[in-house]
Design a binder for this molecule. Structure first.
Ligand SMILES: C[S@@+](CC[C@H](N)C(=O)[O-])C[C@H]1O[C@@H](n2cnc3c(N)ncnc32)[C@H](O)[C@@H]1O
Length: 279
């Protein structure tokens, strides 16, 4: 749901007659979206919840069958830009990074209480950061870390200046890794995609917007598996899996934003849209 930008565009095209259910785990986004969509009356329902709860939330709100499920992964601009949420390495704030600040553990707890190997794993696996070991060691040596500035400084000290990336901030990958871990983002996506498959009507479509390769890879592989009749290893002569395709891939390659769109909205630059149709 985020700032309801897509929701508004969709509602303008499906009303009168159509209805939209918006879900966000962030209570602040839910509140703002309810205000932004008030003019659509009962055609727009906004509920606080997670992607993984899509199945139960849909049923509870009378949306048990849908023609379109759109996932827009990642963070909203409101979350990134609010220093109190702790997502930004450019603004001093508490080490929180929870999309839902009322649930789960903060990034401060992970940073200050995990052992060095677990920290390294999170930063390497979810941040795709090759300096993960040194960063984890520097973090542990400086504990307790209290603010986003403390974390950014630990990363800056851990990576030799000559190896700082040119195209992104030196802290981007570490912040991304920790944020993914705190919010169990990949588990949420996986469960959400599965729930969407059950919720869609035959001929209905699911669309996903990813912002980094871990998200996009998950969607790509989910679509690939679900669009095949057999998922046995290729060397196996006879099918034993009994798997049946449930999706048809509509976008063989992900749709990327145009130059104009990136100029108007630089945060769209890494977005990739994939679409699949329920069989
Ligand atoms: C990129 S923003 C969405 C922007 C929105 N499409 C718009 O048009 O304004 C992503 C939103 O997804 C929410 N989100 C991320 N992971 C979630 C999850 N597992 N369950 C529910 N909401 C989630 C975030 O809180 C954030 O508000």
């Amino acid at each position: 749901m985020g700032q309801a930008g897509h929701a508004r565009q969709i509602l303008e095209r499906i009303t009168p007659g159509g209805r939209l259910l918006g879900i966000d785990r962030d209570p602040a986004a839910v509140e703002a979206a309810r205000v932004a969509l008030a003019r659509f009356g009962p055609a727009a329902v906004v509920v606080q919840g997670r992607f993984s709860e899509l199945g139960s939330i849909s049923v509870q709100n009378g949306f048990d069958k849908a023609d379109l499920v759109l996932f827009d992964f990642g963070l909203s601009s409101n979350q990134i830009d609010d220093p109190k949420r702790g997502f930004s390495f450019q603004r001093e704030g508490p080490l929180d990074m929870r999309m839902d600040p009322t649930a789960g553990v903060t990034v401060a707890k992970i940073i200050n209480e995990s052992d060095v190997r677990e920290l390294e794993r999170i930063i390497r696996e979810y941040g795709e950061e090759r300096w993960a070991r040194r960063i984890a060691q520097f973090i542990v040596a400086r504990r307790p870390l209290r603010t986003t500035g403390d974390l950014a400084q630990a990363v800056e000290a851990a990576i030799p200046k000559a190896a700082w990336p040119r195209d992104i901030n030196v802290s981007t990958r570490t912040f991304q890794g920790l944020r993914i871990a705190v919010n169990n983002e990949l588990g949420e996506i996986e469960a959400g995609l599965r729930a969407a498959l059950t919720t869609l009507n035959p001929g209905g479509r699911m669309a996903t917007i990813s912002f980094h390769s871990l998200e996009d890879r998950l969607v790509k592989s989910f679509f690939n598996v679900e669009s095949k009749d057999c998922i046995c290893p290729p060397q196996q002569p006879v099918c034993t899996c009994g798997h049946r395709a449930t999706l048809r891939i509509v976008t063989r390659r992900p749709v990327r934003p145009s130059e104009e769109e990136i100029a108007a909205n630089p945060r769209a630059r890494s977005a990739r849209l994939r679409v699949a149709e329920k069989l």
